[in-house]
Ligand binder design. Sequence first.
Ligand SMILES: *[C@@H]1O[C@H](CO)[C@@H](O)[C@H](O)[C@H]1NC(C)=O
Ligand SMILES: *[C@@H]1O[C@H](CO)[C@@H](O)[C@H](O)[C@H]1NC(C)=O
Ligand SMILES: *[C@@H]1O[C@H](CO)[C@@H](O)[C@H](O)[C@H]1NC(C)=O
Length: 363
Amino acid sequence: MFVLHLALLSCAVTALANPPHLTPITGPFKTGVVNLPLTDYSRKDLFAPNNFRKLMVSIYYPTPEHNNNPTSYITPAVASIYEAQLNLTSGSLTTVVANSKKNALPLLVPNSKRVIFSHGGGTSRLIHTALLEDLASYGYVAISIDHPYDANAVQFPDGSVILRDPSNFTTDLLDRWYRQRLDDIYFVDGLTGDFSIICPTVQARTAALVAGHSFGGAAVAGAMIESHRFIGGFNFDGAFWNNSIAGDAVKPFFIMGGSVRIPAGDTSWDTFRAAQTGWNREAIVSGIQHFGFTDFPSLIQALGVPRTQGILDFIGTIAPDRAIQIQRTYVKDFADWRFGKGPGRIVAGPTPQFPEVSFVPPP
Ligand SMILES: *[C@@H]1O[C@H](CO)[C@@H](O)[C@H](O)[C@H]1NC(C)=O
Ligand SMILES: *[C@@H]1O[C@H](CO)[C@@H](O)[C@H](O)[C@H]1NC(C)=O
Ligand SMILES: *[C@@H]1O[C@H](CO)[C@@H](O)[C@H](O)[C@H]1NC(C)=O
């Protein structure tokens, strides 16, 4: 009995002292995060027409507070889906801690700028934490939106969960997901009130940059094309859809893809680029796969998951740290340039610093 207790105790202490950790942030500021449920009382949900549209956002921002008790950052609802899909130990993803302190006091960074992020189809706002908290560590306020019914699982603070809409893939379903995403992006961009109390560093309706993964990359392009309200867009490996297939974003737009085009044979990047009157670039990262543009390289490494063929097909053969570094460096360089804080040298074209990133000439 006594021995058993000791063993349990030492186990618990070890787990607390050294939990698996997302890639450390690299900027000068410590970071905080608020996970906020929001309701848009100006529209009904296209998938729950009796209800106003509600969603979750994570807001990452600079803070003076040290994160002395890092906690789990992926909700159990989201974790269990990926654990099943990737054959990971049940509960393992929720053991990973991120860098940002929950509900930390915001630090007033003069001239702080916003980056709004839209996740991929059937994924989650949470799996872009390594990218977005790093931006916050450089003074940005980064806001990751969950798009309920399209996200795999959105868990609200009261414990309720909205799962992905189960209907089969149809053009109509994709168009509705897409329409709702654009309106979610405008809603989050236009937030004042509660939002500016939580993030007083951000003046409401100052310029914002949009970025997204996969279907979210298409959505941010569509939002730029439709609304003209964003100063730049960044698409991680997303085939364009609906108005983004041949619309003009006018403002600068960066596309970053992996070794394999998804879906195979997709030509929407060419049609999109042919329609641009503004600055645009398309860069291909060799050795990276679709989910290499998420937290998963870092998660797999933190958990010591063997790099089986299934895992390599998911994230690519690229070194995990490198995948995270590329996401962070290119988005930050693009944002710094668009907000007048840097020359945008890295997003402009090939650089010896990143030999695995090649630039595709315009079509
Ligand atoms: C979805 O549609 C495809 C193509 O018609 C079909 O093969 C598949 O069985 C359908 N899946 C479900 C869950 O209905
Ligand atoms: C975009 O989706 C809407 C539905 O939200 C649809 O009416 C429209 O035809 C679609 N446009 C294109 C170009 O596919
Ligand atoms: C998980 O296991 C299934 C069944 O063995 C296999 O088909 C799949 O490739 C595995 N996935 C990964 C990511 O290893």
